[in-house]
Design a protein around this ligand. Structure first.
Ligand code: C2E
Ligand code: CA
Ligand code: CA
Ligand code: CA
Length: 278
C-alpha cells in the first residue's frame, strides 16, 4: 500500500453514467496518471508592500499527447466525481515537494507554496499518513506548505473532513480559504477550523474600481482577516488600479495576471532568480 497511491481510485459508475461527456475523459485520465502527463504550474504570490515574490500557488495542467495543454476546469470535476482526484492530488503534492526541494538546492527559498485540495481527497483514509510520508520523503518544511480549501467543499461539514484538516494541521501544514466570500458558511468555518489565510475571490477583486459594493466587500474581508490575525491574499489582480486599492486598505499579498500568469517550474525559477522583484 505504501508506494502505490494510484491504487486508491474509487469509482462510482452510477453517479456519472448519465453524463456522456464525462465517460470519454475518464479512461484518458487513468492513462494520464500512468503516463505522467500532468504538469504543475506556479503562479507567483507577491507581498504587496515590498513587491517581492514570497511564494506561489501550484496549479495543475494536463499535457495531453494530442489535445495539447488542458486546463483544470476541463478535468478536475471528472477527477473529483470518479475519485481519481485522490491519486492526482498525491501527484500534485509530490511534485510540489520535489520542486520546493529543487528550489532550495538552487538557493531559492520561498516562504509559501499553496496547493488546492478537493474535499473528495479527505475520503481517502490514508490522506494524513500519505502526506506525512511525502513530507518526510522530500524533507518539506511544512511551514511553507499551505492547502487551499473552498468553502463549498467544506460546506457539508463532515466529520472526516474536519478530522483530516486537524490531522494535517498537527503536521504543521497551513490552511487557507479559497474563493473567500463566494460560499455559504465562511464565518462558522473561520470559527472552528485552523485557517491561517483568506483568499479574496477574483469576482470581488475585479470590480473594485467600478463597483461600490465590490469595494466594500473587499475592504470588509481585508479588515476581517487582519483583525483575526490572518493573512489575506487577493486573487485575480489584473490592473495597477486594483493593486493600489488593495495596498491602500492593507491587503498583504496579491496574485494575478498583473504580475504573472501561472508558469512552468523553469519559468517560475527564472522569476525568482530575477531578484523576486516584480
Ligand atoms: P483557483 O484555485 O481559484 O485558481 C485560480 C484560477 O484563476 C487559476 O485558474 C488561475 O490561472 C486563474 N487566474 C489567476 N490569476 C488570474 C487573473 O488575473 N485573471 C484571471 N482571469 N484568472 C486568473 P486555473 O489554473 O485554470 O485553475 C482553475 C481551478 O482549477 C482552480 O481555481 C482550482 O479550483 C482548480 N485546480 C487547479 N489546480 C488544482 C489541483 O492541483 N487540485 C485541485 N483539486 N484543483 C485544482
Ligand atoms: Ca486556489
Ligand atoms: Ca481561488
Ligand atoms: Ca475558483
Amino acid at each position: 500500500k505504501a508506494t502505490s497511491s494510484c491504487s486508491y481510485a474509487i469509482f462510482d459508475q452510477k453517479q456519472h453514467r448519465s453524463d456522456e461527456s464525462q465517460i470519454a475523459i475518464e479512461p484518458e485520465l487513468i492513462n494520464a496518471i500512468r503516463r505522467n502527463e500532468f504538469e504543475l504550474f506556479y503562479q507567483p504570490r507577491v507581498d504587496i508592500s515590498s513587491g517581492k515574490i514570497i511564494g506561489a500557488e501550484g496549479l495543475i495542467r494536463w499535457r495531453h499527447p494530442e489535445k495539447g495543454l488542458i486546463y483544470p476546469d476541463a478535468f478536475i470535476p471528472t477527477a473529483e466525481r470518479t475519485g481519481l482526484i485522490v491519486p492526482i492530488g498525491y501527484w500534485v503534492i509530490q511534485q510540489a515537494g520535489e520542486d520546493i526541494q529543487r528550489l532550495q538546492a538552487s538557493g531559492l527559498a520561498i516562504e509559501r507554496l499553496s496547493i488546492n485540495l478537493s474535499f473528495r481527497q479527505f475520503q481517502d483514509s490514508y490522506l494524513c499518513r500519505t502526506i506525512q510520508r511525502l513530507i518526510e520523503k522530500y524533507s518539506i518544511d511544512t511551514a511553507i506548505l499551505e492547502f487551499e480549501l473552498t468553502e463549498s467543499a467544506l460546506f457539508n461539514n463532515e466529520l472526516h473532513v474536519r478530522e483530516g484538516i486537524e490531522g494535517l494541521h498537527k503536521l504543521g501544514i497551513n490552511f487557507s480559504l479559497d474563493d473567500f466570500g463566494t460560499g455559504y458558511s465562511s464565518f462558522s468555518l473561520l470559527q472552528t477550523l485552523p485557517i491561517s489565510s483568506l483568499k479574496i475571490d477574483r469576482s470581488f477583486v475585479s470590480g473594485v474600481n467600478q463597483n461600490p459594493d465590490d469595494r466594500e466587500i473587499v475592504k470588509a474581508i481585508i479588515r476581517l482577516a487582519r483583525s483575526l490575525n490572518k493573512e489575506v491574499i487577493a486573487e485575480g489582480v489584473e490592473t495597477s488600479q486594483q493593486l493600489n486599492f488593495l495596498a491602500r486598505f492593507g491587503c498583504h499579498q496579491a496574485q494575478g495576471y498583473l504580475y504573472s500568469k501561472p508558469v512552468s517550474y523553469d519559468k517560475f525559477k527564472v522569476l525568482l532568480e530575477s531578484g523576486c522583484q516584480i
